[in-house]
Design a protein around this ligand. Structure first.
Ligand SMILES: [Zn+2]
Length: 351
C-alpha cells in the first residue's frame, strides 16, 4: 500500500511539474499508471493466482469469474486511516459493524435481494458480522464521517463479462471490507430468479468479508471447516445453481474468523413524552463499557443509519418534537473495552 501511495504522490508531482506541456504530462502519467497496474497484477499473483487466470478488463482485473481487483484500488475515504474448503484471502475486516450503500438506481429486485442477503448474514448468531444500510455522508474536517464501507452498484462504470452475474472485491490491508459489489444487469448466463439474486448477494458479501471460493485452491483453508462442501454458498461457478445460503461449514468458517465477541443489548425500549422528549433504555450487557446509538434519518437524497451518539449508561435521551416522531428509528449496540461492537438492535417504539 505504501508503494501505491508513493506512486500516487509521484503522479501528483509530475502532473504539477509538467503542466506546461500536455504531451509530456500525458506520457508521464501513462507510464506511471502502467507501473501501478503492474503492481496490482503482481499483488494478485502474490495471492496465489496464476497469470493465465488473471483477465485484464481495462479498469480492473477479473479472477476466477467473479473476483475483481481494481487497478486503482479503493477510493480514498476520509476514515481510511482508522484503523473445496472454506477459504479466506489475506486480510480480515477489522470493524465488523459495516455500512452498506445500495445504489438508488439499482432495480428493486436487486435492492430487495441485497437487503435480504444482509439480513441473512446478520442472523448468523455465532458471528459479530453486522451489515447495516446507510447512505450518509457527514462532512467533517474536509472529509466525510460515516462513509458506507461497501457500495452495491451496477457495473456501468466497469462492465463485467456477460457470463458474470456480479463481482466483489476483497478486504484491503487497512482492515476495510471489499469496497464494492458490482451487479451485471445484462447477465445472460441464465434466467435469474429472486432466489438466485438473494443467494448470489450472500456470496458476494462473503467475498467483501475475505471469503474465497470453497471449491478453489486460491486462499488458505479455514481450520475446522470440511475438506469439501457442496452446500457452501461460497462455491465458485454457481451463479445459476445456488439454492441455499450459508451452509453449516460456511457458518463455521465465518464464526471462526469473526467470532461473536459481545452480546447485543436486549429489551431496547423507546419512549416519547408526547411533547418533545425522547428516551431510550436497554438492559446492561456484560462486558460493555459503552453503547453506540444509531439513528435512521431521511433527508433529500440521503437515507439509512448513522452513528449518532455514544453513551456510557444504559439510557439515552434527546429532544425530539412530536412532529418528527413519526418514522423516527433508533438502534443500539454494545461496545467492550477492546472496541468490539455487538450486532445492532432496533428499539421497540412505545408510541
Ligand atoms: Zn465468487
Amino acid at each position: 500500500m505504501k508503494k501505491i501511495k508513493y506512486l500516487l504522490g509521484v503522479i501528483a508531482f509530475l502532473t504539477i511539474y509538467s503542466c506546461s506541456t500536455d504531451s509530456v504530462q500525458i506520457n508521464d502519467e501513462n507510464v506511471l499508471i502502467e507501473d501501478q497496474t503492474e503492481l496490482v497484477f503482481k499483488e494478485i499473483k502474490d495471492l496465489g493466482f496464476s497469470e493465465k487466470d488473471i483477465v485484464d478488463m481495462g479498469s480492473y482485473f477479473l479472477v476466477g469469474n467473479d473476483i475483481t481487483f481494481s487497478k486503482t484500488g479503493r477510493p480514498q475515504l476520509a476514515n481510511d486511516d482508522m484503523t473445496p474448503k472454506q477459504r479466506r484471502t489475506t486480510y480480515l475486516v477489522s470493524d465488523k459493524t459495516i455500512g452498506v450503500r445500495i445504489d438508488p438506481s439499482l432495480p428493486s429486485n436487486w435492492k430487495t435481494a441485497t437487503r435480504n442477503a444482509m439480513a441473512h448474514w446478520n442472523a448468523n448468531s455465532g458471528s459479530s458480522i453486522f451489515l447495516y444500510e446507510t447512505d450518509y455522508y457527514w462532512p467533517y474536517q474536509g472529509g466525510f464521517l460515516f462513509n458506507p464501507e461497501i457500495e452495491v452498484m451496477n457495473d456501468n462504470a466497469a462492465p463485467l463479462p456477460n457470463n458474470t452475474i456480479a463481482a466483489a472485491e476483497f478486504p484491503t490491508s487497512n482492515g476495510m471490507p471489499g469496497y464494492r459489489i458490482r451487479i451485471n444487469l445484462s447477465f445472460s448466463g441464465c434466467s435469474v430468479s429472486n432466489n438466485l439474486r438473494f443467494y448470489n448477494m450472500i456470496h458476494e458479501f462473503g467475498h467483501c468479508l475475505t471469503f474465497a471460493h470453497t471449491n478453489s485452491s486460491f486462499g488458505s483453508h479455514i481450520s475446522g471447516t470440511p475438506t469439501s462442501d457442496s452446500n457452501s454458498v461460497m462455491n465458485g461457478g454457481t451463479a445459476c445453481t445456488l439454492s441455499s445460503g450459508l451452509s453449516t461449514g460456511d457458518r463455521t468458517a465465518v464464526n471462526t474468523l469473526y467470532p461473536l465477541q459481545i452480546n447485543a443489548p436486549t429489551n431496547v425500549q423507546a419512549y416519547h413524552d408526547g411533547d418533545e422528549e425522547l428516551t431510550m433504555t436497554w438492559n446492561a450487557v456484560p462486558g460493555a463499557t459503552s453503547y453506540k446509538i444509531y439513528n435512521n434519518i431521511k433527508e433529500t437524497g440521503k437515507t439509512g443509519w448513522y452513528h449518532y451518539r455514544t453513551s456510557s449508561s444504559t439510557s439515552y435521551s434527546r429532544e425530539l418534537k412530536l412532529s418528527y416522531r413519526n418514522g423516527y428509528r433508533m438502534m443500539v449496540t454494545a461496545v467492550d473495552a477492546n472496541g468490539n461492537e455487538s450486532k445492532m438492535v432496533e428499539a421497540n417504539y412505545n408510541w
